[in-house]
Design a protein around this ligand. Structure first.
Ligand code: AMP
Length: 396
């Protein structure tokens, strides 16, 4: 892997694509700095090696050019504090000022450019725009795993202007290493746990994982499409009728391949979609009309716990129920804790995808799993077996 460990950065201008797309509150304060914290080791390494570091990122989804609420100037103070140095700021990512500030930047100094997405050329993958950005530096580092599945100007197109000086930062390197460790070198038994609302968007992952895993656990809203496909009564639970045939095919494929497919035998059902609904635990294929399944049941939790705790490699994406409501969070908590226990016993566990990461953080288990992926969409596409443009551009 082409990383920043094997390059002489002394007196080089290094342009780093980072992911500083952090949530801001009404006072423009950062409410979750995970993404900024993640990139600090990369930036410090480059500074220590004598590079002048130019950072570029997107923030939010500006529609028509510059907008104050999407300005990256809001992260300068926090970044300066974390790096222990005054970070300079250019209020445009290309143009005269950015060029002058980049040219004057000295070894060890850091310059942050304004939001790339103030130009529609960024998401369009515009070559001329990428070329202008590339003119600021001698070396290109991509450390934005969260946007690696996008062929944008700064994440992929730009790499062609650095044929002999393009590489991955530590965030990218660690993400790829962790996912490869699971997909390519995972010790058996390998268990994947998939949950969340819908089958759509996850079906390609299911198909790709069936070739690799020993156990596939399905929970969350998506379980009911499988239960209906098996002829069960699911009441008014979430279902995707157009994917029933797809679910049936996946179940057949699992059987052919000898993969143990675990679909919850029971569910916590509710008479409305609310935390204060009446609730009871029932077999998941006997849900009365007017009731809906909002979590996996106690027996399913117990089955899943045993499978997870006897696994050596674990991949988890998506909650087991509507865990945002405390009364339907039990299944997700049980699974998260079982993963933590398996990890303590030596298993390698990878958690990814917005909601399972939120769950792991909510129950304070982030340090008890092996790796928490920062890039939900990118991780899922990588697991699906797709080539990520941001990765390919460096490896080509
Ligand atoms: P996804 O974005 O597909 O990973 O879905 C995550 C969402 O699925 C979370 O907001 C959960 O509340 C929701 N979810 C999980 N289980 C269920 C369920 N049984 N019924 C409806 N929504 C669910």
């Amino acid at each position: 892997m082409n990383t920043i460990n094997n390059y002489d950065f002394k007196d080089k201008k290094v342009l780093v694509r980072v992911d500083f797309n952090v949530p801001l509150n009404a006072n423009f304060e950062i409410t979750d700095d995970t993404r900024i914290r993640a990139t600090i080791p990369t930036i410090q390494k480059l500074r220590e090696e004598g590079a002048a570091v130019i950072l570029m990122s997107h923030l939010g989804r500006p529609k028509n050019g510059p907008e104050d609420k999407f300005s990256l100037k809001h992260v300068v103070a926090d970044l300066s504090e974390k790096l222990g140095t005054e970070v300079q700021f250019a209020d445009d990512c290309i143009g005269k000022q950015a060029g002058e500030k980049a040219a004057a930047l000295k070894s060890g100094e850091v310059l942050l450019l304004e939001n790339l997405r103030f130009y529609k050329e960024e998401t369009a993958g515009d070559v001329a725009f990428a070329k202008k950005l590339s003119g600021l530096a001698d070396v290109y580092v991509n450390d934005a795993f969260g946007t690696a599945h996008r062929a944008h100007a700064s994440t992929a197109v730009i790499a062609r202007f650095f044929p002999n000086a393009k590489m991955f930062g530590y965030v990218m390197g660690n993400e790829l290493k962790s996912i490869n460790k699971v997909l390519k070198e995972g010790k058996k038994p390998f268990t994947a746990i998939l949950g969340g609302a819908k089958v759509s968007g996850k079906i390609e992952i299911i198909n790709n994982l069936l070739d690799k895993v020993d156990n596939l656990i399905i929970g969350g809203g998506m379980m009911f499409t499988f239960i209906k496909a098996k002829g069960g009564k699911i009441g008014s639970s979430l279902v995707e009728d157009d994917l029933i045939e797809t679910a049936r095919k996946a179940m057949n494929k699992a059987e052919e391949l000898g993969v143990n497919l675990y679909i919850p035998q029971d569910a916590v059902i509710a008479d409305k979609f609310a935390n204060d609904a009446n609730q009871k635990c029932r077999p998941s294929n006997e849900i009365p009309d007017g009731w809906m399944g909002l979590d996996i049941g106690v027996e399913a939790s117990e089955t899943f716990r045993k499978v997870i705790e006897s696994s050596s490699t674990i991949l988890w994406n998506g909650p087991m129920g509507v865990f945002e409501m405390d009364n339907f969070a039990e299944g997700t908590i049980d699974v998260a804790q079982a993963i933590a226990r398996a990890t303590a016993k030596g298993a390698f566990s990878l958690v990814g995808g917005g909601d399972s990461v939120a769950a792991v953080n909510k129950y304070h288990l982030q340090d008890k799993v092996s790796y928490v992926s920062t890039g939900g969409g990118a991780m899922l596409e990588y697991i699906e077996g797709k080539t990520l443009p941001g990765v390919a551009a460096i490896e080509e």
